[in-house]
Structures are given as structure tokens and as C-alpha cells.
Ligand binder design. Structure first.
Ligand code: TTP
Ligand code: MG
Ligand code: MG
Length: 393
């Protein structure tokens, strides 16, 4: 059996053991195909084979959450305004989002994963990483496990999924996207370097369209071009992520599959029915969101150190403004005070109308983190005032 870059693994062949000598890890990434849309097509058989969109209504400035593969051939994609999607394909059928149903099915899928290994990391509602180096079935073939999982998902939920198998998370994730829908792609350790060298830049997971275009303008089209750059140059181009891509393009991604991902941030955002730069209105909204974020923190008994305000303008361009405290904070008053100043600064600097605002808090600490809570509580408010003066005085 000859391995070629990105080759799908034929079901009958089992030369796919990627433990070999040197025993690399065996990582599987599974991602459901057109998840929300496939669920709707399962629920309503007359929608099968048709272009369907799951998303918000165009009259409420809704966006496309996802669409069936039939709709994708018209150029529709996630995140696009529903109104634009319906212009591209006027016959597309728009279905409302039924999150409860998708969550229930997601649970079923993750339950299937857990029958094979305890080391499962959910990445989103429809995808996860599995480390099957050791597994409940004592099956040495990661590929046959992936096939079995795909079969079980289909049997139990009636839905199709795609799988990627390799020895690290990055390669498994890239692999699963290569033969959608219903595909299985293996990247063998021996072929990883050649595969990465020929991988187009926009296929590097985490490099968005804008960054890919920027890199292409610098004649960086594929992994091999990325590999020519020094660590320092990559840091210049990609910021902190430069380190990660420097290693990844050399086949190194030492991240572990981490079973329960700790929450890294809390956030809330709101899209307004009409674009606005009415400061009073914006202040009221930001105040509400700030208090909502504070409530979420207190419910989870968490404290956060960095506050971020996100502002998306009518032209969909967005900016974020952050502030870091010395001490973790959690009160609505502190959050509101800082986000309000960040908002006023944004509005003063840029008079464009605003479409959406969001508030997020990150660098979270739990009560058990060893922080002197008493001190933080006492200092929190006066410190927020100090910060405000430092920032804007
Ligand atoms: P994805 O796995 O990114 O997309 P998908 O499953 O619809 O299609 P693919 O076959 O390419 O994997 O996302 C999973 C679900 O998450 C998707 O069905 C809907 C939801 N989603 C959004 O609500 N908004 C988004 O911007 C994206 C990308 C996904
Ligand atoms: Mg998917
Ligand atoms: Mg996904």
C-alpha cells in the first residue's frame, strides 16, 4: 500500500497502524457534516437533497449558521447574512435554529466517542479529538476505530461524519476536513512532512482568510514557503501564534487531547435591530451585558482579570479593546465601569454606526486558585477607579 498525501484510507486495508516503531500517538478528529442542516434533513425527509439554510431570518438581520452541501454549491457559507444567502440561491429553504435538538444529538455523538477512549476533547458542538493510543477495545488500528465510530454515528443518529487520523491534533483536524462529507483521511507520520510542505496556506487550521491573503501577498502559498521563515519572522507576521505555526509546519504539535476543557472566558454580545451610534442607547446596552457577564461569573464562582469590549461596525469591521486588572474582579460595578470607558473611547474615536457590541472577561480564576479573595474584594472597586484614571486621565 502506497501512502499518498491526504489519501483516504480504503476500508479493507489495515496497513494503517501508526504506532510503528517509535510509537507516535494515535489521534482521531471527528467532525459532523453540515451538522445543523443534516439534522434538519433527517427530521424532514422532504428537505433531503435540497439546498437548505439553518439560520436567522433576513428580516431580523439573521446570519447563516450552516447550510446543506447542496446550498454550498451556490457559494453560501456559515456567517453570511441570510439575506445575501437567499440572493445567491432564492430557492434555498430557510430553517430556524433548534439548538436544543442539536445539543441532544451532540451528546449522543460524544457518548459514542466515550465508548472507545476516556481521552476525548470536545472542540465544538459537532467535533472532538480522541486519543486512542490506548483504548477500551484494545484495537491497535486508529483507522479501524475511526471507521467504527463513523458507522456507529450513522447507525445511532442517521448522520454522516468525517474523520481524520494522525499522530497529532493539528494533522488530525486538517485531515478530517479533507474528504467531506463522509470521508476518512489518514496522515501517516512518515508522510506528514511532505504533506505539510504541500499544504496550501488557507488549509492551516487557525489561519483565517484575511491572514492567508496577507501571507499570499508575501508569496507564502504553501507549508514549504512557511517553513522558510525564521521563528522571529513568523512572530512578526502572526504574533504569538508564530511559535505554534513554526512547530506545526515541522510536524510538531505537542498539545494533548484534554478531556474537559476549562472555560477560558465568558462573554455576551448583542446585535442591534438597527445600526446606531446613539451613546445613551449603547451605554444602556453595554451596562446590561456587563451585568449579565458578572452574573455568569458569580454563578460559576469565577473571577477574571482581563475585560474585552468588542464593537462591530455597520460595515462588519470590528475592533476590540481590552483592559487587564492587577487583581481578578467579578463585580458588575467594576465590569460596567471599565467597559463603559472602553465604549466611550471607541465612540469618541470612531463615529461609524455600530451593529453589535460584546463584553467578555478572560484570564479566569476560581475561588480555589489561592488568590487572597478578601484582599481582592476590598480593593476591587477602588482599584477600578484607579485603573480608570490611569487609562483615561
Ligand atoms: P462546522 O463543523 O464548522 O460546520 P458544519 O458541520 O455545518 O459543516 P462541515 O461539514 O463543513 O463541518 O460547525 C458545526 C455547526 O456549528 C454548524 O452546523 C452550525 C454551527 N455553526 C454556527 O452556528 N456558526 C458558524 O459560524 C459555524 C462555522 C458553525
Ligand atoms: Mg461539521
Ligand atoms: Mg465542526
Amino acid at each position: 500500500m502506497e501512502w499518498r498525501d491526504g489519501d483516504a484510507m480504503p476500508a479493507a486495508v489495515d496497513g494503517d497502524r501508526i504506532d510503528g516503531t517509535g510509537s507516535p500517538r494515535k489521534i482521531i478528529h471527528i467532525d459532523m457534516d453540515a451538522f445543523f442542516a443534516s439534522v434538519e434533513q433527517r427530521e424532514f425527509p422532504h428537505l433531503r437533497g435540497k439546498p437548505i439554510i439553518v439560520g436567522g431570518s433576513p428580516s431580523q438581520r439573521g446570519v447563516v449558521c450552516t447550510c446543506s452541501y447542496e446550498a454550498r454549491s451556490f457559494g453560501i457559507c456559515s456567517g453570511m447574512a441570510t439575506s445575501q444567502a437567499l440572493k445567491l440561491c432564492p430557492n434555498a429553504i430557510l430553517m430556524p435554529v433548534r439548538m436544543d435538538l442539536y445539543c441532544r444529538i451532540s451528546e449522543e455523538i460524544f457518548k459514542i466517542f466515550s465508548e472507545f477512549t476516556p481521552v476525548v476533547e470536545p472542540l465544538s458542538i459537532d467535533e472532538g479529538y480522541l486519543d486512542v493510543t490506548a483504548n477500551f477495545k484494545n484495537n491497535p488500528s486508529a483507522v479501524s476505530i475511526a471507521q467504527e465510530i463513523q458507522r456507529k454515528i450513522l447507525q445511532k443518529t442517521g448522520l454522516s461524519s468525517s474523520a481524520g487520523v494522525s499522530y497529532n491534533l493539528f494533522l488530525a483536524k486538517v485531515a478530517s476536513a479533507m474528504r467531506k462529507p463522509g470521508g476518512l483521511t489518514v496522515i501517516h507520520p512518515r508522510r506528514a512532512i511532505a504533506f505539510l510542505e504541500s499544504l496550501p496556506i488557507e488549509k492551516f487550521y487557525g489561519i483565517g482568510r484575511v491572514t492567508a491573503r496577507r501571507l499570499e501577498r508575501l508569496n507564502i502559498h504553501r507549508g514549504r514557503d512557511l517553513k522558510m521563515l525564521s521563528r522571529e519572522r513568523l512572530m512578526e507576521l502572526l504574533g504569538k501564534r508564530g511559535h505554534y505555526y513554526y512547530d506545526v509546519v515541522r510536524g510538531i504539535d505537542s498539545r494533548e487531547v484534554t478531556p474537559v476543557r476549562k472555560r477560558k472566558s465568558f462573554g455576551r454580545e448583542i446585535t442591534f435591530p438597527r445600526d446606531t451610534n446613539d451613546l445613551q442607547f449603547l451605554e444602556r446596552e453595554v451596562s446590561n451585558i456587563s451585568n449579565c457577564v458578572a452574573l455568569m461569573l458569580s454563578e460559576e464562582k469565577l473571577w477574571g482579570k482581563t475585560l474585552t469590549l468588542k464593537v462591530k461596525f455597520a460595515d462588519f469591521r470590528q475592533i476590540t479593546r481590552s483592559y487587564s486588572f492587577y487583581y481578578p474582579i467579578n463585580s458588575g460595578q467594576s465590569i460596567e465601569e471599565i467597559t463603559m470607558h472602553l465604549l466611550r473611547r471607541c465612540v469618541a474615536e470612531d463615529r461609524r454606526k455600530i451593529r453589535l457590541v460584546g463584553v467578555a472577561i478572560s484570564r479566569l480564576f476560581s475561588d480555589a486558585s489561592g488568590m487572597a479573595n478578601g484582599v481582592a474584594v476590598q480593593q476591587e472597586f477602588s482599584f477600578a477607579r484607579e485603573v480608570t484614571q490611569l487609562c483615561y486621565g
